[in-house]
Every structure is written in structure tokens, then in C-alpha cells.
Design a protein around this ligand. Structure first.
Ligand code: GLU
Length: 469
């Protein structure tokens, strides 16, 4: 039997990091088993679907390493409406489903509770299809449904606790529970690896598999992803869109490595490992069933490690979207013609060790490309205290007199200026740094001054001094 897995997102919003995690787990499982990964876009909720969300899913998958052309699909659930209706009809014809025109209020009035499920009122009323009539599955009164789950053992559900659930609407269209099962059957899916949120659907869906006479798949419900408060990551509250992480400058390699650590770890107390190790060592059965904490701080630290591990040329290449404002990233504050690749290359190694996400490159180097630095007023107020004017005067004079404009000479010069005023180098640097870069923190100052060049550096120092008058 060839293993066939599927990733079945609904294109109703940005691509959730939890979805990316499930996609990767499916992808690796298929690879390990010599199987097939199928992408199915569950686009039957016409009111919420948009084609751009589908495109977003495809490009986010590309980015994370599941590339178009290397999997089967995408199939679109909406193209299988005929199969869904036919399955509903088969269930009705076989007496496994019946029509019902109860409203929610009807059921509540009868059961006296808004929490109790459907009471089976129309089970044996023999209604045919018609206006306002949904099709419900007749769940068995007895026995239990045992779900074989690679992560959770054998969750067991008593059939008598499963209500007669709706499988098709009055217009004949199938609801998610049925459409999803029919598609999995049609596509020959053998293993359903999906988020834990769907576990309550699983006994119902397995009953549908049984009723339709097909052996159910093996299931694997991967843990829900939670924030630091142990709340399920939500679109409204948390940063969940894979695209947002991409545009902020997380590296795909760091992201996918991190996502695979949600509920699982490679051998030997390691976290950062080559992807090939993850592909080799990952075991779906080893995924921990309890909620997995998506720790953005840890991901950031991870990403910083990945950035530092890049060869400088690759780092420079990776920064380009943020330097040029291409694609979906925010444009930099400078004009394209102001950008100087040689100056960037000169400071790139210094920046590489200091940033955790690639977008942070921009505030670190903008002073090099803008005609005037972007002055952070809080930084200015902090650095330009008493004595700043005098220090700047002395620094301007001493720098101006330098024969060679290099980091080392600049440093020893400013050191001497500081010593004359009883200031440590750090203190002496502050006004100079703010005058030249606009900020109190940034790349090493003297290298920055060297790359900026004598004329531009002195012009900025003089401008700052004028402002202090
Ligand atoms: N379309 C469903 C979702 O996005 C997936 C269902 C499944 O994986 O079975 O939650």
C-alpha cells in the first residue's frame, strides 16, 4: 500500500504557522514512507474564500520548502461537489441518513437545553428531500468508535453520545464533515495528519467512512499550538501568519526547523540541526500530544543563529528584499539611487552578528544611504547632555586633522578626546554616534564612520553641533 497523505487548508485567511507545521509533518511522513503528499484546497465556504488566500498558501508552502510541482495537486474541494452529493445520496438510499427540517430552536424547545445535541426527532419520520430539509447521518445507537491515532493511541467514543449530525444542507451541498471524508476517499488518502482541533470530528468522520464501506485512514492529530498564556494561537490575538514572519525576515530554514520542534525534538539534546537530520529522525509517533508552545522569543533567537551561520555573501543576498523593498516587505526609507552596495558590503559582516531578523538590517544601515540621518529624538536627548557641545567641537577638530580616515585612527582619536575630559570611550562615543547615525545603538561606531567617509561624517557632526547652539 502506498502511503498517501494530504494537507487540506481552507483558503480563508493568512497561512497559519500551525498549518505550516502540519504541512511539514505530512510532507516528511510521506517522504519517509516513500509515499505521496497531496495538497487539497478546501474552498467550499464560498463566503469566506478568496483566490488570493489560495495563492498565499501556495507561495507560503513554496517558501517553507514544499514546492509547487513536487506534490500532487492542488486539488480544489469545490470541483468534487458531484462526488459529495453522490455520497450523500448513497447514505440516504442505504437508510444511513434521513431528512430533517428541525431548526435549532425546535430542538432546544424539545430538549430544554441549548447544549444538548440533536434528539433524533426525524429519524423515523420518512421525510424526503425538500425545502429547509437537511440530511442527517443516523449514528449507531450502540457500540463504540475507536480511532487509531499514531499520536494519541486509540481514543474511543461511545456511539450513543454522537448525535445524528448534518451531512448535507437543504440545497444538497455537503457540509465539511462529509466533503472532507469523500475527498479523502476519492484521493486515496491512507493517513490523515491534521490538527488536534479536528479530533472531535474524527469519530463522526470515521462512522462515515464505515457507512460508505471504505476502510478508514490511520489518523494522527498533532498538538494544538499555543501562546505563552497557553491559549490557542489566534489570528486576532497572536502573530500567526507565516507570511508575517517571512516579511519580517525570518529565514525559511530557521522557521521550518523551529516548526518541527513543536512537540518533537531530534536526538542528542539538539535543536538546531540540518533539515536532512529532521527528515531522517522525525517520528510522527514521537510527537508529544500535549499543546505545543510557540515561543516567538525562542524563534527569534533561533533565527539569529541561522543568520550568523550564513556565509556573508548569502547574508548580503538574503538582505536584498529589505534593502530594495521588493515583494511584500516594507520599503526602506532611502531612494533606490541612494543605496550603495559597496558600502553595504563593507558593513554587512558587522550587521550580521547583531540582527535577529533580516528586516532589522534597515535601521542598522539607513545612516549610510540617507542624505541626513533619521534622528531619534529620545536618543538625541539622552546623548546631547551637558558637555556634548564641547565634546563635539573637540571631536570635529581632531577628526578633521586626521591623515588617515580609518576605524583605528578614529577610535584612538576619540579616546584621547574623551581622556582629556575624564570620559570613558563609551560616554565620549554617544554624542558622536547620535550625530552621525541618529541612534544610540547600532553597528560599531568607528567602522561606521570609516565607511560613511570623512566628508559626510564631518558634515553631520557639524550639523549636530549647530543644533546644540
Ligand atoms: N480544511 C480543514 C482546516 O483547514 C482541514 C481539515 C482536515 O485536515 O481534515 O481546518
Amino acid at each position: 500500500m502506498t502511503v498517501r497523505v494530504r494537507f487540506a487548508p481552507s483558503p480563508t485567511g493568512m497561512f497559519h504557522v500551525g498549518g505550516a507545521r502540519s504541512a511539514l509533518q505530512n510532507w516528511i511522513y510521506a517522504k519517509q514512507q516513500g509515499g505521496v503528499f497531496v495538497l487539497r484546497i478546501e474552498d467550499t465556504d464560498a463566503a469566506r474564500n478568496k483566490p488570493e488566500w489560495t495563492e498565499g498558501i501556495l507561495s507560503a508552502l513554496d517558501w517553507i520548502g514544499i514546492e509547487r510541482g513536487s506534490y500532487e495537486g492542488p486539488y480544489f474541494q469545490s470541483s468534487y461537489a458531484g462526488e459529495h452529493r453522490a455520497a450523500a445520496q448513497r447514505l440516504f438510499d442505504a437508510g444511513r441518513a434521513y431528512y430533517c427540517d428541525c431548526t435549532r430552536e425546535d430542538v432546544q424547545a424539545r430538549t430544554g437545553s441549548q447544549y444538548q445535541g440533536y434528539d433524533g426527532f426525524h429519524r423515523d419520520k420518512g421525510l424526503g428531500p425538500g425545502e429547509g430539509r437537511a440530511l442527517r447521518f443516523r449514528t449507531p445507537d450502540e457500540g463504540e468508535t475507536v480511532v487509531v491515532d499514531l499520536i494519541r493511541g486509540e481514543p474511543t467514543f461511545e456511539n450513543k453520545n454522537i448525535e445524528d449530525f448534518v451531512i448535507a444542507r437543504a440545497d444538497g451541498s455537503a457540509v465539511f464533515l462529509l466533503a472532507n471524508v469523500v475527498d479523502d476517499m476519492t484521493m486515496g488518502i491512507t493517513h490523515v495528519i491534521r490538527a488536534e482541533e479536528h479530533l472531535p470530528n474524527t469519530p463522526k468522520q470515521q462512522l462515515l467512512w464505515d457507512a460508505l464501506g471504505v476502510k478508514p485512514p490511520i489518523w494522527a492529530h498533532v498538538p494544538v499550538v499555543v501562546n505563552e498564556k497557553r491559549q490557542k494561537l489566534s489570528k486576532r490575538r497572536d502573530k500567526v501568519a507565516l507570511e508575517a514572519y517571512r516579511d519580517e525576515g525570518y529565514l525559511a530554514a530557521a522557521m521550518r526547523n523551529y516548526l518541527m520542534l513543536l512537540g518533537w525534538a531530534p536526538s542528542g539534546d539538539r535543536e538546531i540541526v540540518p533539515w536532512s537530520v529532521i527528515e531522517e529522525e522525525f517520528r510522527l509517533e514521537e510527537v508529544h500530544p500535549s499543546p505545543a508552545f510557540f515561543d516567538e522569543k525562542k524563534l527569534r533567537a533561533f533565527n539569529g543563529d541561522y543568520i550568523r551561520a550564513l556565509p556573508v555573501v548569502e547574508f548580503i543576498a538574503a538582505c536584498q528584499p529589505w534593502l530594495t523593498g521588493t515583494g511584500t516587505v516594507a520599503p526602506p526609507p532611502w531612494q533606490p539611487e541612494e543605496f550603495d552596495p559597496a558600502a553595504f558590503a563593507a558593513v554587512a559582516p558587522l550587521a550580521q552578528t547583531r540582527i535577529a531578523v533580516l528586516s532589522e538590517i534597515v535601521p542598522n544601515v539607513d545612516f549610510l544611504f540617507l542624505a541626513d540621518p533619521l534622528i531619534d529624538e529620545a536618543a538625541w536627548a539622552k546623548a546631547m547632555k551637558e558637555g556634548a557641545a564641547d565634546l563635539l567641537d573637540a571631536a570635529i577638530a581632531a577628526f578633521d586633522a586626521l591623515e588617515s580616515w580609518d576605524a583605528e585612527s578614529l577610535k584612538s582619536t576619540l579616546e584621547a578626546v574623551g581622556v582629556e575630559r575624564g570620559l570613558k570611550l563609551g560616554k565620549a562615543q554617544a554624542p558622536v554616534r547620535v550625530a552621525v547615525t541618529g541612534r544610540t545603538v547600532g553597528l560599531p561606531l568607528f567602522e561606521s564612520l570609516e565607511v560613511l567617509g570623512r566628508e559626510r561624517a564631518l558634515t553631520r557632526l557639524r550639523a549636530a553641533r549647530v543644533r546644540l547652539v
